[in-house]
Design a binder for this molecule. Structure first.
Ligand code: AQP
Length: 332
């Protein structure tokens, strides 16, 4: 059976983009693949985070994954720092990846902005740790949102260079898996930017923990334009906010944008936003309730993550040993 790896950062509340772009697909893929899902706490410290806040976020993100339907018995759910092989392989991959490759990563450019000289070395090396996350399990499928495609291509480039440099075939090449219409959910305040945990405005995103009233308020305040919704997709030209809201509707209903327009095309935003709110609340409310319940029981979450970490470690260690043997590290 093919193996899947994917992760989410504990950097704040998970949002509708994380859910539609990644986590909902993780759940679907559980039938048909051997899945390893990870709360990537080592990635989260590339930008400073208070330790107590990091612990709270790891619990919250794990609770959300469990509430959404990740099955920790049939599959593996753990937090990254429990498995040292991620960091160990990342060092090897740092020595394979090229500075020029890393410098072209748009997420680094976006996050570092004008502050490039002062961001952490970890933020720059982030994609190499992400490559290690995947390759240390020889995972071949990686469900991600569109924003992570460039990092995944880099992981493939690193795997190819490792195999070529050491004249071996240690790493299979991982491929992205993107399902549904919500591969890139955009901000509710500025539809040219992706919906993100780190956006300073809470009105830019729908958090999975938001209640029905908050979701309704955020959609009421979402940026729109004065025209009614178009009847066909061509009518979205120059209307990114309209396209984003209709795509969110299509995403939660699990239908195409064209099918969504058959239902809501031509509606005024005031009417459509109510329809959209009802659809999003119907999808998120059960998850949000379950998430609040699970989040109360941190002992349960810790036991899931510990058990998952032990099982992940058992899969990762032989791959790391193979890498060390390949590159000539003496270990006996
Ligand atoms: N807006 C989005 N639309 C679709 N998919 C998205 N993902 C993230 N944002 C969107 C997907 O969610 C998964 C987990 O993402 P992550 O936690 O690793 O962090 P990220 O991609 O950096 O997302 P954020 O929310 O923007 O976090 P911050 O603000 O902390 O950087 C990934 O599969 C991602 O593609």
């Amino acid at each position: 059976m093919e193996r899947i790896f994917s992760g989410a950062q504990p950097t704040g509340n998970l949002h509708l983009g994380n859910y539609l772009g990644a986590i909902r697909n993780w759940v679907k893929l559980q039938s048909g693949y051997e899945c390893i899902y990870c709360v990537v706490d080592m990635h989260a410290i590339t930008i400073f985070k208070e330790p107590a806040e990091l612990i709270r976020s790891v619990h919250e993100v794990a609770a959300c994954m469990l509430a959404a339907g990740v099955d920790p018995k049939k599959h593996i759910l753990f937090n990254q720092s429990r498995v040292p092989a991620h960091a160990e392989l990342a060092w090897v991959l740092n020595c394979v990846a090229r500075m020029g490759w890393m410098s072209r990563m748009t997420q680094f450019k976006d996050k570092a902005g004008k502050n490039r000289e002062n961001v952490s070395l970890g933020l720059f090396a982030y994609p190499s740790l992400m490559a290690a996350d995947i390759l240390v399990y020889k995972a071949t499928k990686v469900p991600v949102g569109e924003d992570q495609i460039q990092h995944l291509e880099l992981a493939r480039d690193i795997a190819v260079k490792f195999n070529n440099d050491y004249k071996c075939n240690v790493f299979p090449l991982p491929e992205p898996v993107m399902l549904g219409t919500s591969r890139r959910v955009m901000s509710l305040r500025d539809a040219t930017k992706k919906m993100s945990k780190s956006d300073p405005s809470d009105y830019s995103r729908i958090n999975l923990s938001d209640d029905a009233d908050t979701i309704a308020l955020k959609f009421r305040k979402a940026k729109t334009d004065p025209m009614p919704l178009p009847e066909t997709v061509e009518g979205f030209e120059g209307r990114p906010e309209a396209l984003n809201l209709v795509n969110i509707y299509a995403g939660v209903r699990d239908i195409t944008t064209e099918e969504a327009l058959k239902e809501v095309g031509g509606q005024e935003f005031s009417r459509f936003k109510k329809v959209l709110t009802d659809a999003v609340v119907a999808e998120l409310e059960p998850i949000s309730k379950e998430m609040h319940k699970i989040a109360q029981d941190t002992a349960y979450i810790d036991s899931v993550l510990k058990n998952g970490g032990e099982r992940a470690d058992a899969l990762a260690q032989p791959v790391l040993n193979e890498v060390y043997d390949t590159i000539g590290f003496l270990r006996n």
